[in-house]
Design a binder for this molecule. Structure first.
Ligand SMILES: NC(=O)c1ccc[n+]([C@@H]2O[C@H](COP(=O)([O-])OP(=O)(O)OC[C@H]3O[C@@H](n4cnc5c(N)ncnc54)[C@H](OP(=O)(O)O)[C@@H]3O)[C@@H](O)[C@H]2O)c1
Length: 241
């Protein structure tokens, strides 16, 4: 039987646009209270206003997730304004397309900080809250780059492989507490994420996954009955031609 999402609360990172924005609207439409993090105050404000206009509950907090020291405090503020938090969606991410030989250590660290270390910090900070409440759901938005290599994406692939690995290990730790950890791994989603890159040019005009498709898969994972585990949901672009 599907789990009821209405009345639950969720924190979503990177919700000012793209996939995170679509997840925020979809989960709010399912009756969840949403707490949103991103840097763009205007984007966050627009998402929160849109959700509230439809009768939903949304709290936005401007936060640069790559500034890791400030992250626990940002999460604490958002958690307090939402009350109990039931789910965490680690979605914020950055794309880096550069030959390894030309990748500076700073650029490598920036990609790893946002795509891997920030989700680790968010999980670490919210796990005690989930344990105290006897359950919780964590969904990490990974990528097909989490299980395969792509040209000139060593840092991005490393970050997503890492995210997948962390999720698999955390799932084992979390299980005795009734907490489930899943990854959703899409390839080629129609957002601004890869605009202006070689990959973006290569996918131009091709069938893409829509942000709303990813949001729908988030609902599918969250609604899964307690006796079902979904470690990873892979979404590939499909075209019959
Ligand atoms: N699009 C794809 O083809 C694709 C495929 C597979 C996986 N993914 C994954 O899906 C996730 C979302 O991607 P998307 O396509 O929705 O990208 P997007 O449209 O570029 O959106 C990225 C989101 O992350 C936020 N963000 C970026 N840097 C941040 C920072 N330092 N601090 C806080 N928030 C930050 C952005 O908000 P602000 O700029 O306001 O901070 C924005 O809300 C990423 O993890 C990505 O790796 C995307």
């Amino acid at each position: 039987m599907k789990r009821e999402l209405r009345g639950q609360s969720v924190i979503i990172t990177g919700a000012s646009r793209g996939i995170g924005r679509a997840i925020a609207f979809r989960l709010a439409a399912a009756g969840m209270k949403v707490g949103l993090l991103a840097r763009d105050a205007a984007g966050l404000g627009e998402v929160c206003a849109g959700i509230r206009a439809s009768g939903g509950v949304a709290e936005g907090l401007v936060c640069d997730l790559s500034e890791l020291e400030g992250l626990p405090e940002a999460l604490r503020i958002l958690r307090e304004s939402l009350g109990r938090v039931d789910c965490l969606i680690n979605n914020a991410g950055v794309f880096l397309e550069r030959p390894l030989m030309e990748t500076g250590t700073g650029a490598w660290q920036e990609a790893l900080a946002l795509n891997l270390t920030a989700p680790f910090v968010c999980c670490r900070e919210l796990m005690p809250h989930f344990v105290a409440h006897g359950g919780g759901r964590i969904i990490n938005i990974a990528s097909t780059a989490g299980s395969q290599g792509y040209l000139n994406q060593s840092a991005y692939c490393a970050s997503k492989h890492g995210l997948l690995g962390m999720s698999k290990a955390l799932a084992i730790e979390a299980r005795p507490h009734g907490i489930k950890v899943s990854c959703i791994s899409p390839g080629g989603v129609n957002t601004g994420f890869i605009k202006g890159t070689y990959l973006g040019a290569r996918l131009e005009g091709q069938v893409m996954i829509e942000a709303e498709d990813v949001a729908e898969s988030v609902v599918h994972v969250l609604e899964a009955p307690d006796n079902v585990e979904m470690p990873e949901l892979v979404l590939r672009r499909f075209s019959s031609v």
